[in-house]
Structure formats: C-alpha cells, structure tokens
Design a protein around this ligand. Structure first.
Ligand code: KG4
Ligand code: ZN
Length: 340
C-alpha cells in the first residue's frame, strides 16, 4: 500500500510517500521532501502566518511534484493531510490542495491531527507497542501531555498555559541574538558550555515543576532570561553559553518531571516522545536515563532525529494507522485549534 502525506501546518511545506510492507511490519520511505521557510522567517525570530501561507501556496505544487515524480498516481492508495492544529491560513493551503487531489485520484483522504502524527511516527520503526502510554508532544507551537489508550483514543492530561517549549527556545535565542530556529542553536551553544572554564553562573526558575497538574508554562522562563540578560554587564560568548545551558536544562527538568509523574500516576507501559523539541539531544538522553532509573519496566520510544521536526512521513504513517474506507471530503476542514 502506498500512502501520501502532506503537512503545511507551520513553516515547512512537507510531502512524503511511504510504502507499507505486506510481509514484514514497518514502512519504507519512497520520498520525503521538506521545503523549509526558515530563512524567510529568521528576521522576525518566529513564523509570520501570512508570509508562510504565501510560501506554501508557491511551494506546495513544486514539493508535491518532487515527492511524487517517480510514482504513478494510480499506485497511491491513501492520502493524509494535516487539518490542525497549526496556523489557519497555512493549514487551508494544504487541505484545499489535498482535497482536490483526492477528488481527482478518487482515493480516501484521512484528516490528520498534527500532534497525534508527531507521536505515531514512532510506529515507523517499532512494533508491539504496549498501551496505555503517556505521550509528550513538544514543538514550536505545542507542549502537550496525553494518555493514549489505543490509536485514536486519547485523554488530554496537560498542556502549556502560554508559550510552547520550542517557542521558548526560539524566543530565548532571539533575546540572545543567536538566530532562528532557536532550539538547535541553543542546544549547540549549551554543548560548548564547560563548568570548569566558565565563570558565569546563571540560575533560572523551573516554572510549575511541582504543581499537582500536568500543565506547563514557559513564558516566565523566557522573561527571566530577558531580565537577567538585560541586567548583565557582560554579554560575551561564554556568558551566552552558560545561559543556553541553563535554559535548556530548565526546560528539560520540567518536561521530564511532568512526564514521569504522569507515567507513574497512570501506571503506563510506554512513554512516547515526539515533536521538533524531541530532536534535542539532552532531552532524549536525560529522559532515557531517568526512565531506566525510575521506571525500568516502561518502554521508551522516540523518533529518529530527522523525523522529530515536521515532515510528511509522520502524516502518511498517521493516515495508515487511522485509515478508513469512506470519509466525506466536504467534512474535511482545517481547524487551527484542533485538540487531541
Ligand atoms: O514540530 P516542529 O517542526 O514544528 C511545530 O509543529 O511547531 O517543531 C519546531 C520547533 C522549533 O521551536 C525548534 O526550535 C524546535 O522545534 N527544535 C528544537 C531542536 N530542533 C528543533 N528544540 C530543541 N532542540 C533541538 N535540537
Ligand atoms: Zn510539528
């Protein structure tokens, strides 16, 4: 079975084709094209929705052609498209394009929740995943913790009350004048930090870490960085490295603490990570160590780094895992605030 996946929810135009192997479980990837708008948005330090939509409109036909160039359209069996959450004008570009395509090809179109797809990409390389699971989707737009009973059955446990974790990385990088997107840059700067050779000590809060709920808040953390940075007379490389290390650790501490709390409270068998921030090396490793130590019987799944940030493969995988024969195309609409 060949499945097409399309995502235009934020600043990447993504189209991928995957093939589900009949004999051996798992998928093979036929194409995975991502056209990034990073350079365009870098000067704003974040994504500018109307600009992003214009770029998607321009790029989507080109990306689609690149991704499907070697495939006969009649071989495509199923199509998936992100309907939300995301930036509404961007979502509509993908949804309208894909609806027309499904109509032309006479193939079923599956509406995909972007947050769910960031988690279901883990099915690409793993099988026999035991439920229930606690899932953490951490990206530029979302920080959501949810309980998964089976594919399609979720209970929202908590989410950020203000900025997402990725947004915090992006805004801090902007404050420190380091560029966009902030996550990979901060992670690189944090890696250069050496306690022994760095006389700068930065201490930041861990917002909401010990609250009884599963919610998050990262906007105060960004403000704490801003105030400390403005107050500091020294703004050299080493100081910025110390700041990057501390802000990264503060975000990781909160994410890990809440995820483990949820896993223990709900007695889950699996912990699943996904989303752009899941590409963070320290988060991946520290969460792994903590699970091994505190919940050794719980399985930990995270996507390969290249499948953490937005891509069409995750949409195609989610379409396969949620496939239905008949869905009324007119019912498929973009929903910027779609919940899990
Ligand atoms: O999932 P994604 O590609 O888009 C959304 O759905 O929002 O996530 C993008 C976010 C950005 O905020 C980016 O800074 C962050 O993921 N990110 C990282 C890393 N790579 C990307 N954050 C921390 N460490 C990284 N290595
Ligand atoms: Zn995403």
């Amino acid at each position: 079975m060949i499945i097409l996946g399309i995502d235009t929810s934020c600043d990447d135009t993504c189209v991928a084709l995957i093939k589900v192997n009949d004999k051996r479980p798992g998928f093979s990837i036929l194409s995975n094209i991502i056209s990034s708008q990073v350079k365009l948005h870098a000067k704003y330090g974040g994504v500018y929705p109307s600009l992003a939509r214009r770029e998607h409109q321009k790029n989507l036909p080109v990306v689609f052609k690149k991704a499907t160039g070697k495939t006969n359209f009649s071989d495509i069996d199923l199509i998936g498209v992100t309907v939300g959450p995301g930036l509404e004008p961007c979502l509509y570009t993908g949804v309208n394009f894909t609806r027309d395509l499904a109509l032309k090809l006479k193939r079923p179109l599956i509406p995909i929740n972007h947050l769910e797809a960031h988690i279901l990409i883990n099915w690409l390389e793993s099988s026999n995943i035991l439920m229930p699971a606690v899932c953490l989707t951490v990206s530029g737009g979302h920080t959501v913790l949810f309980l998964m009973k089976k594919i399609g059955e979720y209970k929202l446990l908590g989410e950020t009350r203000d900025d997402a974790a990725g947004e915090c990385f992006d805004k801090v990088a902007r404050i420190l004048g380091l560029g966009y997107p902030g996550g990979p840059i901060i992670s690189k700067e944090a890696e250069k930090y050496e306690i022994k050779n760095n006389k700068y000590k930065v201490r930041l809060p861990r917002p909401m870490i010990y609250t009884k709920d599963y919610d998050f808040s990262f906007s105060g953390l960004k403000t704490a960085v801003l105030y400390q940075y403005q107050k500091s007379k020294i703004k050299n490389k080493k100081y910025k490295q110390a700041m990057c290390e501390e802000v990264q650790q503060a975000i990781i501490d909160v994410l890990i603490h809440k995820t483990l709390k949820a896993a223990k409270d709900y007695g889950v068998q699996t912990i699943i990570l996904g989303g752009g921030v899941a590409a963070n090396k320290e988060l991946r490793e520290q969460l792994k160590r903590k699970i091994e130590k505190e919940l050794p019987n719980v399985r930990y799944l995270m996507p390969a780094v290249r499948y953490c940030t937005d891509n069409g493969v995750m949409i195609a995988s989610a379409a396969f895992l949620n496939k239905k024969e008949k869905i009324d195309l007119q019912q498929i609409k973009a929903n910027a605030n779609l919940k899990i």
